[in-house]
Write a protein that binds this ligand. Structure first.
Ligand code: PLP
Length: 289
């Protein structure tokens, strides 16, 4: 098992961002850091395949959007990118690595964010990628116009407040499922707790609109690149629960697990396109940005 790599980010008095290596097995976070006491911060999880970070520019753009949505200072994209690349270079070479970029609001009262870059080998997702997953459709209980009605709910920002997402996953797992697709109160399909929904109907690939208060997924973007390379059509469109059952192919896609074909929804089996799923996974594993 190779060791994780940690770099601590720091902001100087002139606003410049620097970073330094630190021992990932030693404590670094203060007990009054708002990331820990209030889950107040943002993050990105970047998949690294063969030493190359995938969709790095999209991750950094989303990191900046999340920072703006929660009124954190704009992260210095260059410094974070260099830190990520150096963390990858410092790690033992492995086929796949996950790198988390994390920025919290910092120690309470300091006004200075806490940040770190953590590169580590994530859980092995082979089984979900290949055999597929059983999902439950669960209410998120927000209307699909939540972003405009209640922007303080921070839908669409990748914040550290994932306790609700993890609770939904536990709820599903306690009922024998692997994952969740959230539905808005008006029935619109939203996203998974840590993934994006991609459905295929014939030669039409559909994912749900970020305006519904979901995270704009980087992996979904690469899945759509694959669809377009095949000559298929891609669409940001609206889906309902019936579409999850009727789609010719359905995946939950995300940076770490990449693509997991959905083989049942609410206990009802649905077809898995084994060949297309394998091709999509291969694309996500080999295409680099
Ligand atoms: N939606 C949510 C809520 C997520 O947490 C994630 C990723 O963690 C995604 C979608 C998928 O985003 P990406 O493909 O960029 O990992």
């Amino acid at each position: 098992m190779s060791s994780p790599v940690l770099f601590l980010m720091s902001t100087g008095p002139d606003g410049t961002t620097a970073f330094a290596p630190a021992d990932p097995s030693a404590p670094h976070l203060r007990v009054d850091d708002l990331g820990a006491t209030r889950g107040d911060g943002i993050f990105e999880s970047v998949n690294v395949v063969g030493g190359v970070a995938q969709s790095l520019r999209h991750h950094l753009d989303r990191f900046a959007r999340s920072a703006a949505m929660v009124d954190l200072p704009a992260p210095d994209a260059t410094a974070w990118a260099v830190a990520l690349k150096q963390a990858v270079a410092a790690h033992d070479p492995v086929p796949e690595l996950l790198v988390k970029l994390i920025m919290t609001r910092g120690v309470e009262g300091s006004g200075v964010p806490t940040g770190w870059v953590h590169a580590f080998v994530a859980a092995d997702h082979t089984r979900e990628r290949v055999e597929g997953i059983d999902v439950l459709a669960l209410e998120r209980a927000y209307p699909s116009d939540v972003m405009t009605r209640a922007p303080w709910l921070l839908q669409g920002a990748k914040t550290l407040s994932y306790a609700l997402n993890m609770a939904a996953l536990r709820h599903a797992r306690a009922r024998g499922a692997h994952d969740v697709v959230f539905l808005a109160s008006d029935g619109e399909v939203l996203e998974g707790p840590n993934s994006t929904v991609v459905a295929v109907f014939g030669d039409r690939w559909v994912t749900t609109p970020p305006e519904l208060g979901i995270l704009e997924g980087t992996t979904q973007g690469r899945a759509f690149d694959f669809a377009q390379q095949r000559g298929d059509r891609t669409e940001i469109g609206h889906l309902g629960l019936a579409d999850l059952h009727s789609a010719d192919a359905l995946w939950l896609v995300s940076s770490g697990r990449l693509s997991a074909p959905v083989r049942s929804v609410d206990g009802t089996p649905r077809p898995v396109d084994v060949v297309l799923s394998a091709e999509l996974l291969q694309h996500l594993l080999t295409v680099h940005d």
